[in-house]
Design a binder for this molecule. Structure first.
Ligand code: ADP
Ligand code: 5GP
Length: 202
């Protein structure tokens, strides 16, 4: 009875959006996380095709030139993008799309006027953000400092979003995100056109 919605989640690196998105998808059979393309090298434990589609810059540029991305951006020195075809596939199946993308990519999706819902995730404080980046132990000190340096600029964009979550206690944050999903899905705008009319013959 409802049509698919695109949910866009952004946050400064280290706020916990990968963790949050993974849990949301695991607990919600109608929500599908889109695997992005990136030119960044895989982190230990990351698997191509599951965490990202890892590809060389040359190939990424060719895809961008061919208009294969719904959005793409240069983030922390690497290219990231979401394939347009993947969004269409998920929406056509009636499921919802969850995109974990940066603020530049979110702006491009906003410009497409596809009724997407924008969620911004904050860490409880800058100190905790730094601790989380360090505890993840996947980036060197220079990379961590670059990500922290960019965080304030990203946080300053929070007003462009529809919802704000603070990822303090993970479980609370997950439940709040699920409440957003539920409320958005119950909007009249999410009802498949004609469903009520057909069902009640009005
Ligand atoms: P992002 O995708 O935003 O860069 P991650 O999901 O990789 O962030 O999380 C960064 C680190 O913080 C990871 O080690 C993760 O396990 C941890 N983390 C995420 N959410 C929380 C939380 N609510 N409390 C404590 N640690 C968290
Ligand atoms: P990371 O390298 O830590 O996985 O991600 C770095 C940043 O890139 C995060 O802010 C993340 O949201 C963003 N990102 C991941 N995939 C995409 C994408 O497809 N498009 C855009 N614009 N940003 C992305």
């Amino acid at each position: 009875m409802s049509k698919g919605t695109v949910f866009v989640v952004s946050a400064p690196s280290g706020a916990g959006k990968t963790t949050l998105c993974r849990e949301l998808v695991a607990r919600d059979s109608r929500l599908r996380h889109l695997v992005s393309h990136t030119t960044r090298p895989p982190r230990p434990g990351e698997v191509g095709g599951r965490d990202y589609t890892f590809l060389p810059e040359e190939r990424f540029r060719a895809m961008a030139e061919d208009g294969e991305f719904a959005e793409w951006a240069l983030v922390h020195g690497n290219y990231y993008g979401t394939a347009l075809s993947r969004i269409h596939e998920v929406l056509a199946s009636g499921d919802d799309v969850l995109m974990d993308i940066d603020v530049q990519g979110a702006r491009q999706i906003r410009g497409k006027n596809i009724g997407a819902i924008f969620i911004f995730v904050l860490p409880p404080s800058m100190g905790i953000l730094e601790n989380r980046l360090k505890s993840r132990a996947s980036d060197d000190e220079r990379t961590i400092q670059r990500r922290i340096g960019k965080a304030r600029g990203e946080i300053a964009c929070y007003r462009e979003y529809d919802y704000l979550l603070v990822n303090d206690v993970l479980e609370t944050c997950i439940e709040q995100a699920r409440a957003i999903l539920t409320s958005v899905r119950l909007r009249i705008a999410a009802v498949e056109p004609g469903w009520v009319e057909r069902t009640f013959d009005i």
